[in-house]
Design a protein around this ligand. Structure first.
Ligand code: IMP
Length: 427
């Protein structure tokens, strides 16, 4: 029986994970974020009000779910407190239901500043980051310069770590960017104030998750971004700086990789991407604009328009395998309603072998090869059972199963909770 379930985006993020979490919520006891930071954006409608979660697990809007932020997440305390305040206006007090690992690395103002200066520089490769200091905070983590949550409660250590960090960063601000330095004392005082406010939320996630497992509770590992943005396995260097694939769960929480009972992968019926980087099936014509408009493809965190293109099953079948996906959820199929022809990329034409393409995912010098499907007039929008779908839409889904060699167990047919087809419930 499934006790732990991982939920992962299999494209470049924004696959519609928030809605799927909402579906599983009634059967969950706990939800854990394990990577990324407030670069994520999960939009939910609660009692008719829109809330966008960036750092908190989106399961937080369900009263009986305890939420955790694991050590793999980089935490901006400014963003955290702002989000808690906003969430509490809609869902009430969450203090008893949120635990943040004392081992999380903090995003400090110098991380945000450097991220934005670099992105603004004409000399450096533009990644199109969210400008939230995510990558720079992860650089400190592997560079062993991070200030972790626990350090906030040891004043001497905190001051020493901040001093060390500012020595490093201020020199970069002044000499490389001709920009102003950050004041140590101001930053130290700010950290101390935030430490007090954070105290009720700080906890020992490893032990708490062990206790939950012991008590046979149902746990969701809530992924952010998507597998193609994974720093190790994605379209490097156009990636985020965390392990957004299944591999991030074990180290980002502190559990064994064998502790995942079911891996649920989420993919849109087409593809989108925000920021720079290769995107073989991107559409630059009216069809791209049509998908963007009909699909409401605007970034939930930055408000940037998302680039749109056809479903890339060459890449999707790869991320399905990489993440040991047991079942797929295909979202936004209704966006394809009314199209005369629908395409799926099933292969690439390239001088490189498939193995070479997948090893680096630079995706240079390749051309997508498409299989064309007849579109459908009868809408899929709002349908709640597979049998109700028109034959073409069924064929589209069955082809995805064939190409990716995994069952499509859920299909989202619209933004409302009930606009969902469940062929096999994973919990
Ligand atoms: P960063 O995570 O802010 O460093 O941005 C690195 C890349 O990841 C950029 O292309 C961002 O647009 C992308 N990215 C980060 N978070 C998300 C997300 O939640 N959805 C989609 N793209 C994201």
């Amino acid at each position: 029986m499934t006790k732990t379930i991982s939920l992962l985006g299999l494209q470049w993020g924004d696959e519609g994970k928030g809605k799927v979490v909402d579906h599983l919520a009634k059967d969950l006891d706990a939800a854990i974020r394990y990577q990324g930071g407030h670069n994520a954006g999960h939009t939910l409608i609660v009692d008719g009000k829109k809330i966008v979660f960036h750092l908190l697990p989106s399961a937080i809007c369900h009263d009986d779910i305890h939420c955790y932020i694991g050590r793999g997440v980089v935490v901006s305390l400014d963003a955290l407190f702002e989000e808690i305040e906003e969430a509490q206006e809609v869902i009430g007090n969450i203090e008893d239901r949120l635990t943040i690992s004392s081992a999380c690395s903090l995003i400090q103002p110098y991380h945000v500043k450097l991220d934005q200066l670099r992105e603004g520089s004409k000399k450096l490769t533009k990644i199109g980051t969210t400008g939230r200091g995510i990558g720079t905070a992860y650089e400190d983590r592997v560079g062993r310069r991070s200030i972790r949550v626990a350090d906030l409660y040891n004043e001497n250590k905190l001051k020493g770590r901040l001093e060390e960090a500012l020595d490093f960063y201020n020199s970069i601000f002044i000499h490389s960017f001709n920009s102003e330095e950050i004041d140590l004392n101001e930053l130290f005082e700010k950290n101390l104030k935030q430490a007090e406010k954070l105290k009720p939320y700080v906890g020992n996630v490893i032990q708490e998750v062990r206790d939950l497992k012991e008590a046979d509770k149902k746990i969701l590992f809530e992924g952010a971004q998507g597998a193609l943005l994974d720093v190790s396995l994605g379209t490097y260097p156009y990636v985020t700086s965390s392990n957004s694939s299944v591999g991030g769960i074990a180290s980002g929480i502190g559990i064994s990789p064998t502790n995942i009972d079911f891996s649920l992968g989420i993919a849109k019926a087409y593809t989108t991407r925000v920021g720079e980087g290769p995107f073989p099936t991107e559409l630059f014509d009216d069809m791209g604009t049509y998908l963007a408009e009909k699909g409401g493809e605007v970034g939930a965190t930055t408000g940037r328009p998302r680039r749109c293109g056809w479903l890339d099953a060459f890449l999707l079948s790869h991320t399905v395998q990489l993440n040991g996906i047991d079942g797929l959820c295909i979202t936004k199929i209704d966006v394809l309603d009314g199209l005369e022809t629908i395409k799926i990329c099933t292969d690439y034409s390239s001088d490189l072998s498939k193995a070479e393409i997948l090893e680096t995912l630079t995706l240079e010098g390749i051309e997508p090869i498409y299989t064309e499907f007849k579109g459908w007039e009868e809408p899929t929008a709002g349908k709640q059972s597979f049998e109700e779908l028109n034959d073409m839409a069924k064929e589209f889904i069955l082809n995805i199963e064939d190409l990716c060699k995994v069952p499509v167990i859920m299909i989202s047919t619209g933004p409302k909770r009930e606009d969902t087809i469940i062929r096999e419930y994973p919990l």
